[in-house]
Write a protein that binds this ligand. Sequence first.
Ligand code: SF4
Length: 71
Amino acid sequence: MIGMTRAHMADPHIVRKIMAGQETDIRPCVGATYCLDRIYQGGDALCIHNAATGRELTMPQDIEPADVVKK
Ligand code: SF4
């Protein structure tokens, strides 16, 4: 589990997607270490590949579809 920390930061739905056989939908951790750099500089652990990680109070991980579809 320790080795999966960043994988869960990049995609908190990784376990559900694996159980559902949707491995190709997983947003992978790309190993950019932006999250670690932020922590070492005293900031929040944000993710370069998932804008909602670390911002869940204002940006939820699950976003409802819009009522009106835009192009
Ligand atoms: S910032 Fe980069 S290394 Fe850290 S979890 Fe996100 S994709 Fe992975």
